[in-house]
Design a protein. Structure first.
Length: 118
């Protein structure tokens, strides 16, 4: 069992930046692909960004390309999501996920709220 704990959410204005962190309680962190999802009220949960076991493989949703950057620190069991130029439509609960395979998500964090005011 892997526990994921997100942090870094908050209330910001449009154009501001936030950096989300997700720390995993596992000694095999490097063996998991990591992803960030978000869910806005009344919307389905969507994959925002993901990074594979080897940090060279990343995915970004079209809506965040050029603004968000995912990174991982295997030594500290942490994955980050740097979010720049935030927009009101980025407002959502952001969830961290871990998966043993690319695109298969086995574990989820509790979520952190990001609110962007216009």
């Amino acid at each position: 069992q892997v526990q994921l704990v997100e942090s870094g959410g908050g209330l910001v204005q449009a154009g501001d930046s936030l950096k989300l962190s997700c720390t995993a309680s596992t000694r095999t962190f490097s063996g998991y692909s990591m992803g960030w999802f978000r869910q806005a009220p009344g919307e389905e949960r969507e994959l925002v960004s993901a990074v594979s076991l080897s940090p060279g493989n990343t995915y970004y949703a079209d809506s965040v390309k050029g603004r968000f950057t995912i990174s991982r620190d295997n030594a500290n069991n942490t994955v980050y999501l740097q979010m720049n130029s935030l927009k009101p439509e980025d407002t959502a609960v952001y969830y961290c996920a871990a998966g043993a395979g690319w695109g298969v998500w086995d574990y989820w964090g509790q979520g952190t709220q990001v609110t962007v005011s216009s």
